[in-house]
Design a protein. Structure first.
Length: 98
């Protein structure tokens, strides 16, 4: 997938080996070792990241988020897919298929 493509709930998400996740002083950050760039994650972003790292597919991640957060399903889906697209555009995840 090109970074500009839109992820779907049916896509496969993988995390490149050169992306590192750390929780530091109560905050979560991603480090892209290839570029040296740091990115912060919100609490919801951290939850999504931990599910993705565990190999959970996008449809299952959204299902978990619906159970854990009181939010409109359409808004939650849009926010989640938007985050996946942003992560992909920065090279922090790879998205295939969908």
């Amino acid at each position: 997938m090109t970074p500009e493509a839109t992820p779907t709930l049916d896509c496969k998400v993988t995390i490149p080996d050169d992306v590192v996740f750390r929780e530091i002083a109560g905050e979560s950050v991603l480090l892209d070792l290839a570029s040296g760039e740091y990115y912060g994650l919100t609490a919801a972003g951290t939850r999504i990241w931990t599910l993705l790292v565990a190999g959970t597919g996008p449809a299952e991640v959204l299902s978990s988020l619906r159970r854990e957060y009181e939010a409109d399903e359409t808004v939650l889906r849009g926010d989640f897919l938007g985050l996946l697209g942003e992560l992909a555009s920065r090279g922090l995840v790879r998205i295939d298929g969908g």
